[in-house]
Ligand binder design. Structure first.
Ligand code: FAD
Length: 323
């Protein structure tokens, strides 16, 4: 059974976030041969439509308004609901990002629909679309199907492979005029915390430090390794609480959830709350002085040693591989 599926393309700093293309891949599975339509909201975003098409969308609807320059729940909900009203889709996919986590329940509420959040895999089989999502902080997985109504899901970044980008693909990019009214919050200014390099939630490589790094300066060797590997630096709550780094780096149950290809945990004991944010990484390397540290139970490779000796050695070796 083919379906029409909408996908919200998420824009940050003028570019589409990678999770938008992962959402298109999920939407293709849900559509089962039906039409996949990208939606982009923003002030001037129509030029981004072509990229959604190159990643698999059949066409794109753009809602442009100066009031959509910054994300607000009210503004984006009005824009997306207007496109839903026009297109009457059977499926809807958003990224499970800060934006998606805010917007999706609001849309589901307005449509009186269900929502399967934080999806890490989508399969079509036996007439159903089966969604897999982690539960109990990643210790188990559940499979869900929608039996009635809109098939609505948010997909966790870095879990669903994008389709190959095809620059020869073309599709219509149309615009829908929507009156954005009654915004209860108006963003006057966005002051970003200075974060260097790669976005932690989308990084393919994450080098994380815990209380074992001992100071803010102790993060320097981790930053060097991250730079050589083109990755991002993360942290345990222990390191954040000790003021070695900013809380925006915290990974875990009450921090960010990351699923990179490579996660290197340095001086992190492996508390269950930390594992909740990284245990689904593809390859986990742990560096810890304590051979009994819990982190070794989830690690694919364990190095028992002092991180201040091991991390610079790894950096040197990776530098040689890059030459
Ligand atoms: P520690 O447990 O102190 O571990 C430090 C490790 O460094 C030790 O294993 C030690 O052997 C090793 N070490 C020391 N020196 C070196 C060296 N030179 N070389 C190599 N290894 C060395 N934690 C999170 O991370 N994320 C969360 O989101 C989170 N949410 C929480 C929510 C709640 C409700 C609660 C109660 C706790 C939460 N925590 C969270 C805290 C969590 O329980 C742990 O306290 C925290 O993860 C410990 O951080 P750590 O591993 O850096 O520190």
């Amino acid at each position: 059974m083919s379906r029409k599926v909408l996908v919200l393309g998420e824009v940050r700093d003028g570019s589409l976030r990678n999770v938008s293309f992962e959402a298109i891949a999920a939407a293709k599975t849900i559509a089962e041969g039906g039409e996949v339509i990208g939606v982009i909201a923003g002030e001037t975003v129509s030029a981004l439509g072509a990229e959604l098409v190159q990643y698999g969308a059949d066409r794109v609807v753009v809602v442009e308004d100066e009031k959509l320059k910054q994300y607000t729940s009210d503004g984006y909900a009005q824009a997306l609901l207007a496109v839903i009203n026009q297109e009457k889709p059977e499926g809807l996919v958003l990224g499970h990002t800060a934006l998606g986590k805010d917007l999706a329940p609001r849309i589901a509420g307005k449509l009186s629909s269900g929502l399967i959040s934080d999806v890490i895999a989508v399969e079509a089989g036996g007439g159903n679309i089966v969604f897999t999502r982690p539960i109990y902080s990643g210790k188990a997985f559940e499979k869900k199907i929608v039996t009635d109504g809109l098939i609505f899901a948010t997909v966790r970044p870095n879990n669903i492979a994008t389709l190959a980008k095809d620059e020869s693909r073309s599709g219509e990019v149309s615009s829908l005029s929507v009156e954005i009214i009654n915004l209860r919050a108006i963003i006057k200014e966005v002051v970003r915390k200075t974060s260097e390099g790669v976005d932690l939630s989308e990084a393919k490589v994450v080098i994380s430090g815990g209380r074992g790094v001992k100071s803010a300066e102790g993060f320097e060797p981790l930053k060097e390794l991250a730079q050589v590997l083109g990755g991002a630096v993360g942290a345990s709550r222990g390191a954040c609480d000790a003021d070695y780094c900013d809380y925006s780096l915290q990974i875990g149950q009450t921090g960010k959830v990351v699923t990179p290809d490579l996660y290197i945990a340095c001086g992190i004991s492996g508390a269950i709350q930390h594992l909740a944010g990284m245990s689904n990484s593809k390859v986990i390397v742990a560096i810890n002085k304590d051979p009994e540290a819990n982190i070794f139970k989830v690690a694919d490779y364990g190095i028992v040693g002092d991180l201040f000796e091991v991390v610079p050695l790894l950096t040197e070796e990776f530098k040689k591989l890059k030459v």
